[in-house]
Design a protein around this ligand. Structure first.
Ligand code: HEC
Ligand code: HEC
Ligand code: HEC
Ligand code: HEC
Ligand code: HEC
Ligand code: HEC
Length: 361
């Protein structure tokens, strides 16, 4: 089905927006004119008015990220949200498919920790995750970090094509593998992670029975730019290492601050705190075994979230219900809302340091 669409998508751009389950990249290179213009001219008008002298890569918009966002941004409140990675309103972000939403980059404050409402302590949106240069959408290079912490990838060139291959490949989400990226600006040494991805075309949110299945390789992939970050050898939190029998058991039993021992291995999986395991499937609800691994995506999303450092939950709040209060930013939903509103940090999924909570007599 996907391959059969290949000849159709080259046919006309209009078809892309016809509302069908139209493919564009089709796991390979899409038609060149989707992103490039040969003369920066069509009907006698400049295709990219921002680059009257010509665009470095003969792109249709100013930067690679502008080009991607010309199709990957939400266009109206009712537009198909499946492929959008930049919503119109930071209080109404897209359904999570895994990566999170760049719209939080545009927030003035995402600090829901102590003093978070005091302008002296505001944490601006560029801390919400990866900052990319896309002037057409008001997005800019990170004003603080000049390189990837732990590594030496320059922030000045970070954009969609740093992580995704603009010319397509068969990796999960077209992620770059162990080769040069951005026409030789940087070399990746580790391959794309092995992940079974949920469909992005439908706009369906991730859920316990419809989530990316992280098999292996994420920590090494992020390390392409971040170096050996969070390695236990550096006395930082382990990542890309087995979680071990006792922590696996805590994860499986833990069903929230309000029900700390009521979970089971068969139903323990929490999309807010995923782990890597080669036996995971998109629909699997099983929690980890001793050999499952904690990984960067256990705690972070890859684009941006309304938590500092692209946290899958807000690392700075004590109770998840405090999220959004000080800053007025989007409150990341409490996955254990049915058990209690007074849910504590999701670090407890593996560490259960809320065992003496008043809710747990
Ligand atoms: C002309 C419109 C268009 C442009 C330009 C475009 N995309 Fe896409 N992209 C789509 C559509 C439509 C889909 C959903 C279906 C598909 O896979 O083709 C998609 C899907 C994707 C996916 C998810 C693939 C999957 O199914 O897992 C990624 C990742 C992606 N695009 C990245 C990019 C990047 C990076 C750029 C810029 C270099 C870009 N896109 C530019 C239209 C576009
Ligand atoms: C989804 C968007 C997209 C599509 C489709 C696309 N390109 Fe590109 N291309 C880019 C971007 C972005 C760059 C700039 C380099 C980078 O950021 O990786 C680029 C750079 C290039 C370059 C110069 C640098 C290099 O990597 O060699 C060539 C040549 C090129 N593209 C040719 C093509 C051809 C030929 C096609 C069609 C078969 C095509 N591109 C389709 C986005 C795209
Ligand atoms: C720092 C690396 C990085 C950058 C920069 C980046 N992406 Fe991604 N993107 C990822 C990863 C990793 C995933 C898969 C996340 C997961 O599911 O764990 C992803 C997922 C996606 C998806 C699938 C839908 C979703 O929400 O998960 C699309 C579409 C996409 N990216 C497009 C883009 C576009 C367009 C840009 C630029 C505006 C961009 N990405 C910038 C790493 C990146
Ligand atoms: C292509 C290189 C690249 C890859 C791959 C990459 N990052 Fe980054 N990352 C950067 C750069 C550059 C910065 C600093 C600029 C910024 O914050 O946007 C950064 C910043 C961050 C930050 C801090 C954000 C802030 O503003 O304080 C976090 C958290 C992060 N990365 C996590 C990850 C995770 C998790 C992965 C893997 C899913 C990943 N990165 C993959 C380049 C990368
Ligand atoms: C156990 C949860 C956890 C895991 C696993 C994890 N992180 Fe973090 N990360 C955090 C927290 C919490 C912070 C906030 C700062 C802190 O506590 O040091 C953070 C901060 C960061 C920052 C921002 C640092 C800065 O100077 O602004 C980067 C970059 C980052 N993590 C990258 C990664 C990468 C890459 C991986 C995988 C190799 C990873 N993290 C794995 C929880 C985690
Ligand atoms: C998916 C499970 C998982 C999650 C979620 C998790 N951790 Fe861990 N954590 C581990 C594992 C595994 C170890 C290593 C334990 C060992 O070696 O005995 C560890 C170790 C630690 C240690 C001890 C480090 C040392 O050197 O002794 C601290 C402190 C810690 N975690 C804090 C946190 C915090 C804070 C969070 C939330 C931001 C968090 N963890 C989230 C699995 C997890």
């Amino acid at each position: 089905m996907r391959k059969a669409l290949l000849c159709l998508v080259g046919f006309s751009v209009a078809l892309l927006f016809a509302g069908t389950a139209s493919a564009f990249h089709d796991e390979g290179v899409a038609y060149c004119g989707g992103c490039h213009t040969m003369h920066n001219s069509q009907n006698g008008q400049l295709v990219d008015p921002n680059s009257p002298g010509g665009n470095a890569w003969l792109l249709k918009d100013e930067t690679p990220s502008d080009v991607c966002l010309s199709c990957h941004s939400q266009t109206s409140a009712t537009s198909n949200r499946g492929r959008d990675v930049l919503s119109l309103d930071p209080l109404v972000p897209n359904n999570e498919c895994g990566a999170g939403d760049f719209v939080f980059q545009l927030e003035d404050n995402i600090n829901d920790g102590h003093n978070g409402g005091n302008p002296s302590y505001w944490i601006p949106g560029h801390k919400s995750g990866h900052s990319i240069n896309a002037p057409s959408k008001g997005l800019a290079v990170d004003p603080v970090l000049t390189t990837a912490p732990g590594g030496n990838f320059p922030s000045s060139i970070l954009g969609c094509s740093s992580c995704h291959d603009p010319h397509g490949n068969e990796s999960f989400r077209l992620l770059n593998g162990a080769h040069e990226v951005q026409a030789g600006a940087f070399d990746f040494v580790s391959p794309a992670p092995n992940v079974l991805g949920i469909g992005v075309g439908t706009g369906a949110a991730e859920s316990p029975t419809n989530h990316n299945a992280y098999l292996d390789g994420y920590s090494d992939w992020c390390a392409n730019c971040h170096g050996n970050y969070h390695s236990s050898a550096q006395l930082k939190h382990p990542s890309g290492e087995p979680i071990g029998g006792s922590i696996a058991q805590i994860y499986n039993l833990y069903n929230g601050t309000g029900d700390q021992l009521g979970g089971t291995q068969a139903t323990g999986y929490l999309t807010a705190v995923p782990f890597e395991d080669p036996s995971s499937t998109i629909a699997s609800t099983a929690g980890p075994s001793a050999s499952s691994e904690v990984s960067c995506v256990t705690c972070h999303r890859a684009h941006s979230t309304s938590s500092p450092d692209a946290g899958r939950w807000d690392f700075a709040v004590t109770l998840l219900e405090e999220d959004g209060h000080n800053s007025g930013s989007y409150a990341i939903p409490n996955p254990y809302a049915a058990q209690t509103a007074d849910q504590r940090s999701l670090c407890n999924k593996c560490h259960n340091k809320d065992e003496h909570d008043a809710l747990n007599p």
